[in-house]
Design a binder for this molecule. Sequence first.
Ligand SMILES: [Zn+2]
Ligand SMILES: [Zn+2]
Length: 881
Amino acid sequence: MDQKNLPEAKKQRKKTKVSNKATGKTHKKSVGKKKIVKKPVGIFFHFLFIILKVLFILVIAVGISGGGLLTGIVYGYLSTTVPVQPEQLEIRTGLTSYIYDIDENVMMELTGSQNINRIPISYEQMPYYLEKAFIAIEDERFDSHIGIDMRRIASSVVSLVVNKGRITQGGSTITQQVVKHITGKWDNTIERKVQEWYNAILLERKYDKKRILTLYANVVNEGNGCYGVQSASNYYFDKDVSDLSLAECTILAAIPNAPTTYNPTTEKGRVEVEDRKELVLGKMLELGFIDQKEYDAAMSQELNFTFTRKTAIEKPTTYFTDHVLNEVINDLTEQKNITRSIAESMVYNNGYKIYTTMDPYIQSGMDSVFMDPSYFPEKDENGNVLNKNAEKYGEVPQAGMVIIDPFTGYVKAMYGGNGEKTVSRAYNRATQAKRQPGSSFKPIAVYAPAMDLRLISPATIVDDVPVYLDEKNPDTIYPTNYVKNQYRGLTSIRYGIKASVNVVSARVWKEILGFENSVAYLKKVGIDREDEIYHDTVSVAMGGLRTGVSPLEMADAFTPFVNSGIYSPATTYTKVVDIDGNVILDNRPEYTVAYSEETAFLMRNVLSEVVTPKNSPYGGQWGGGGTAASHIKIKDGAIDVAGKTGTTSDNLDKWFVGFTPYYTAAVWYGYDNQIKPITLTSAEYSQAMIIWNAVMNKVHQDLPTTRFPDPSGNIVTREVCIFSGKIATDACRQDPRGNSVKTEFFVRGTEPSYDDICDVHVKAKVCTASKDNWGRYLLANPYCDPNTVSEVVRIQRKIPWVPSKPGEPMPEDVYLELPAGEYCTVHKPVATGHGAAITAPPTSHIDERLPSETTQPAPPVAEHTPDDDEETGDGLNFNDS
Ligand SMILES: [Zn+2]
Ligand SMILES: [Zn+2]
């Protein structure tokens, strides 16, 4: 230091102090993170604090291991300290990290400059003025202390006492601040403080001052999203940090104390930071880091703030890369006990090799579909806008898709939005959109769990009738089917899945499975909703969740159906290797059993119905195709496919979640709903299926013809009736709706025994001259005209359906029920003068439910022609919600 300048420097320092006093600025007091105790706490704690400090210093510095309660507490704190590990300090500079695809070809390079808010520098790049400015203002004894500053602690103790418990002096050394940045622990409890001191001392023992100061310069928060001095230098002055002037260095040294207060982008912050710059310069002068000339020059330098946000990345990252980066950064943060900010710097700067599961062939197939505007139609062929609300609110249709290898859990490809991706780290609908899954949730929330617990089989019958399952609204029919007031009556699970009948899934969930089983099984396939599913949230059975799901979660949850019931969490990278070849993150998947092999087989089999155009023996409307029948077909039928559609009740979301013997995949389609919910129009209903089909056909075009694996030896078949689930009889073949006999699969032991025959279908003689109020022929009596007597097949319910409220819609198959106990009223015995009543056989229980009068209009003739084949197609006629 220039001796002749010394008095001047002292004067300046005084001047600075005075000016601070004069303006009423209390910089030290306003320092958020430098205060030892932020909030006023009881006097007791302050004294405890003081005692602890003293004890601590003794313990550490002198090595006394004396007894006593407080010493014990201190030791307790120390023993629970997680020491800062060397790898937590591993921010390097100038190294390129690489991201590899599944074939170990580089798919992306990462450099520090891409991570524009976090560009690290080496010690050599740090200008002298900056180093000294930091030391002067933050930690003047940095070069000599052991990590903690005894004089500072002592003076804060003194000031505690003098000010009767109010802290006016004190703070963290640069080393302590580094510890805070690394651990992310900013709270100022006594315990944390003790641990921070301890770690700071350890850090100083391990590393020299240069390294610690460099770390500080690279992690320090410079405000406005800038971490480290290089990004701050770029942003505030549009300069490399090594080109900064003294005045500019003091600005960067001034900001970290309170980045919001000293924010040069605001007028007030500008005044504040220039004030603090003066303080920094004064301190530098006082400590002899600069001379008067330098001081004066810096004081008079007009600062030229630029506020330039550089966009260093010429090519935006892909959705897959974005997701992998997030995963790796998350895992580093968790496993290495560091902050996100540091993990991010490490990923961009440390020369890591990140091995991903991305399959370039599959990804490019998906890319080509998502970049083709014809898959996201906004106008019809006449140029009319399809969705007026979308146009009004300035939104375009969006979609997200994920493809997973079900045997490894490896995510092969993903895409997170409509069209070309133009920004890095953009909103990714494949992984970040949490949308209601609608009926695509039924297989994992209802059917597979119930089958796995052997509570149902595909042949189990549920009565599709009006129900009141919402406990909060016991008088309101809930749920309704897709076509309101359409109830089919006795319905098999197989049909309920194919046609997505809400009542069937809701009754299975509520009356057979139970919410606890549903939650437990969802958890097994990676969807943890323990906190939100209760016994009264039957909407879950139709995919009504408080927190939705992402395409990634759905594609992953369906993987056990392909992989024999085995689940593995979706994985996007397998390992991260550092520059020395050490594996720093090992992400090999773990496998767990979600369902039995038999359940997986049965689910593959029933979910195949959804994409099957028409299946005999179902006759009439029952013979139509599944909800995705006319849109999903892989390689012209050469490769098996199965899946489930999903629609939310207000048509905000459309899903298709499906699989082949090779891959599972999920597509969500809808709008972001940024301003208002935008309901999809019917012209847009099929887009999720269309996109799924287009991508999967590209993906499978060169793959060999394959079928889903055959059932294991533990699966048996039986010819059953689709309306009773029992062994079929002749009568079942003569159901007026068509042959209702089907070869069904059962887990061995759950099949009906051969003598357990259908008790739903009955043959009876009716008189066609006599009908009840619902238009059903009554039973023939002995006096009926033989020409009007006919033998027909009818059904009978074991549990009678009785309308529980007036005007309640009736299930369609009621018209096919035998009006048991009701005999022809037209033909009577030839008059004998007695008017003798007909002696009818004993009435059956069925009588009780027959309404004597009804407000329902007379039904159509009960007979359905077996050939009355409705092509039910794509879910529009189905109960898909
Ligand atoms: Zn039958
Ligand atoms: Zn008759």
